[in-house]
Design a protein around this ligand. Structure first.
Ligand SMILES: *Cc1c(COP(=O)(O)O)cnc(C)c1O
Length: 353
């Protein structure tokens, strides 16, 4: 595919590794292309990073037609840059697009534009331990009319942000509040699509949890308020009586690539993993009788985030004495090892630039 390139005339200074944080700094360029029913995808271009221009009637501003992805490029010790399972993000984005009536992008085209863009911005991939170049592809509907209908025009953009280590002060287990009022998603809704609206809908519960001193909420299903779904914007896993359990992909859960990778690593090491319904009663019982051995969230940003305390109906339950568990640590070491090229990738997950 033909990608036109306009280089910036004023390259920015790269930030100090210690100041990176998450999503605060952006690289010099961005990728864009447009879709229309008549022309399909066209106008592929890499241009200087700049604000977008939107018609005030643009679909995304009124009816929320937006999906996104999140993945990272990692700098290895030998200086080369690599990505982790990018094809999985591309496939998931197409599934999200299908759900939201946004146009899909042929896999080869999506991979080509992603790698071309990352190569262009490669120098922005930081090298300090735990740092990476976070890639944020996103797509929005932008018909310039207030009529409500499937999207006819869309724009696809990729931006990139050098990000700091998620665990600057070591891996600290987090405190989680089980949410019994708000729900994140329902089956048949948009829970399994990675769309901005899901985040808008979950902000209130997140804020309330924060005010009470918790870092995230554990979501229950929207129909029975009984089955465990996700933790904040991460998938969740438990080790109960020696077995790893995680909520099955029921339609309201985001199919995380870290979740999938954890399951594959666990199975390859001989652990028993089951994807099934997990009720809050089962979890409460395991917390009370001490069979809940470990709990952790998993997602691209943190890889794994150990849960040190769960609060349900104002009762606090410590998990593994507030310490990171053995399996959680193993998953962290294995996945980050593969991502930064310190552990051999026996799964074929790495795409070198
Ligand atoms: C992105 C996301 C995840 C994690 O997916 P990864 O592919 O592992 O990063 C989990 N839950 C929600 C709601 C998400 O948006």
């Amino acid at each position: 595919m033909n990608i036109s390139i306009t280089k910036t005339t004023c390259p920015k200074e790269k930030p100090e590794a210690s100041t990176l944080g998450f999503g605060k700094f952006f690289t010099d360029h961005m990728f864009m292309m447009d879709y229309s029913r008549e022309e399909g995808w066209h106008g592929a271009r890499i241009v200087p990073f700049a604000p977008l221009s939107l018609h005030p009637a643009s679909t995304v501003l009124h009816y929320g037609s937006e999906i996104f992805e999140g993945l990272k490029a990692y700098r290895r010790a030998d200086g080369k840059v690599q990505m982790f399972r990018p094809i999985e993000n591309i496939r998931r984005m197409n599934r999200s697009a299908e759900r939201m009536c946004l146009p899909q992008i042929p896999e080869e085209m999506a991979l080509e534009v992603l790698t071309t863009f990352v190569k262009m911005e490669e120098d922005w991939t930081p090298s300090a331990p735990g740092t990476s170049l976070y890639l944020r592809p996103f797509m929005y509907g932008n018909d310039e009319t207030l009529g409500v209908h499937a999207v006819h025009n869309a724009t696809y953009v990729i931006i990139a942000s050098p990000v700091g280590s998620y665990y600057k002060e070591g891996i600290n287990p987090v405190r989680i509040m089980i949410e019994s009022e708000d729900v994140r998603a329902v089956r048949g809704g948009t829970g399994e699509a990675k769309c901005g609206g899901n985040y808008a809908a979950s902000n209130r519960a997140g804020e309330r949890a924060e005010q009470k001193g918790y870092s995230q909420v554990l979501w229950l299903d929207g129909v029975h308020r009984k089955y465990i779904e996700e933790v904040g914007a991460m998938n969740v896993m438990f080790k109960i009586a020696g077995e790893v359990v995680t909520p099955m992909l029921s339609g309201s859960i985001l199919p995380g690539i870290t979740r999938k990778s954890c399951i594959e690593v666990l199975k390859s090491k001989g652990y028993k993993v089951s994807e099934r319904l997990i009720s809050i009663d089962e979890l409460a019982e395991a917390m009370q009788n001490g069979t809940l051995e470990e709990a952790w969230g998993c997602g691209t940003a943190a890889v794994v985030s150990p849960i040190g305390e769960l609060c349900y109906k104002d009762v606090k339950y410590p998990v593994n004495n507030g310490q990171i568990g053995e399996v959680t640590q193993m998953l962290y070491d294995t996945l980050t090892g593969i991502q930064w090229g310190k552990v051999e990738d026996t799964f074929g997950w790495i795409l070198e630039l």
